[in-house]
Write a protein that binds this ligand. Structure first.
Ligand SMILES: Nc1nc2c(c(=O)[nH]1)N[C@H]1C(S)=C(S)[C@@H](COP(=O)(O)O)O[C@H]1N2
Ligand SMILES: [Mo]
Length: 368
């Protein structure tokens, strides 16, 4: 029997050739805003400029009533108030987070979903308590292999009613830097970023970092729920595909000069400029950024500034003498594991991990 919810829920779909972005995608884009690319000038993305991705509605949570339940295959179930969580040892990590769907709208054909161009990224300082010690205090059951994290938000997606839930292997969840975060950039989490508490998995695509966290459950098999199954690289709908985990390397350019309001194309005075941007990878340190101003034939190595944390982006710069005329600026990153940004992106049905380089058109004007 089909659920009545299927009548209001869109199936997964790839746009027809030349099909324009629809009101459904516009509605998602208006809710889930990106980071303004000029905000890459800040080492830490100011609160409010970080990107946002919320599948359902932002839930309204009373912090007095809220509790975090830790249960399942543990020796003693634990229930914590927000004060209990805040009383635990705290750490702060500067983390670059990116949505796995960043770049989706540039794939051809376009998977119909949140239509990100390049801007689903941000770097904030997240403060919270490490997850591992809390799980160990609850006592890891002998048969526990995996952990399920549940948020307080509720909705339907592709016909499946659900609370937002994600799983991780116990080994990954016990990793050094996995955090239960209650602050970002030094203030309590705002509602849209997961108030009062979220999971934060540094280095991983954003979907792993469950917002509005209310329960942590230890289980004895990998979690196979909706969001686990959705975030996989597939060509065909029925295929198992590879699960998304860490963030693939990417470099972005701070758009130089000034923009046209509508086209976002850029202009500046011909002459000496410094191009700048950011580069990151969830697999290891970024070791090179190459930049082109002629749309690809020639690439030059950019200067990289030191990273300000294991999980945060690196600033890069490169001097540029802009001759009068039209230029195409792009950047690409490689990391210490040998992963690099491909020039041609392999397609996948979910529209994930499209790191094909951003192209910025810049008109240099002769004003001498
Ligand atoms: N509970 C819950 N957690 C969630 C989501 C969600 O919709 N519900 N979206 C995920 C996705 S897909 C991303 S990219 C990040 C975005 O985090 P942000 O909105 O704080 O930038 O949160 C993740 N955690
Ligand atoms: Mo995402």
């Amino acid at each position: 029997m089909t659920s009545p919810l299927e009548t209001i829920s869109q199936p997964s779909r790839v746009a027809d050739a030349d099909e324009a972005v629809g009101y459904d995608e516009l509605g998602l884009a208006a809710r889930n805003h990106g980071m303004l690319l000029e905000a890459m000038r800040y080492d830490v993305t100011p609160l409010g400029l970080h990107y946002l991705l919320t599948h359902y509605d932002v839930p309204m949570i009373d912090p007095q009533l809220w509790r975090l339940e830790v249960g399942g295959l543990v020796e003693r179930a634990v229930s914590l108030s927000l004060d209990d969580v805040r009383a635990r040892p705290s750490v702060t990590h500067r983390v670059t987070m990116e949505c796995a769907g960043n770049g989706r709208a540039r794939l051809v054909p376009r998977p119909v979903s949140q239509p990100w161009l390049h801007e689903a990224v941000g770097t904030m300082e997240w403060t919270g308590t490490p997850l591992g010690p809390l799980l160990r205090e609850a006592g890891l059951g002998a048969t526990a292999t995996d952990v399920v994290f549940t948020g307080s938000d509720h909705g339907v997606e592709r016909g499946t009613e659900q609370d937002y839930q994600r799983g991780m292997s116990l080994d990954d969840a016990l990793g050094d830097d996995v955090l239960l975060a209650y602050e970002c950039n030094g203030v309590p989490l705002p509602p849209q970023h997961g108030f009062p508490l979220r999971l934060l998995v540094p280095g991983w695509y954003g979907m792993a970092s469950v917002k509005w966290l209310r329960s942590i459950e230890l289980v004895d098999a990998p979690f196979e729920g909706y969001q686990q199954n959705a975030y996989r690289l597939r060509q065909e709908p029925g295929e198992r595909g590879e699960g998304l985990t860490r963030i693939a390397p990417r470099a972005l350019v701070v758009p130089p000069g000034s923009p046209d309001f509508m086209s976002r194309r850029r202009f500046l005075a011909a002459g000496e400029h410094v191009l700048e941007g950011r580069a990151w990878s969830g697999w290891g340190e970024v070791v090179s950024v190459e930049v082109t101003t002629d749309g690809g034939p020639t690439w030059r190595a950019a200067d990289l500034e030191p990273a300000s944390g294991r999980y945060s982006w690196r600033r890069w710069t490169v001097p540029w003498t802009a001759e009068p005329g039209l230029h195409q600026v792009s950047a690409r990153a490689s990391d210490e594991t040998g992963r690099c940004q491909p020039l041609e992106q392999p397609w996948n049905r979910g529209g994930f991990a499209n790191t094909s380089p951003q192209r910025v058109e810049v008109l240099a004007l002769d004003r001498s």
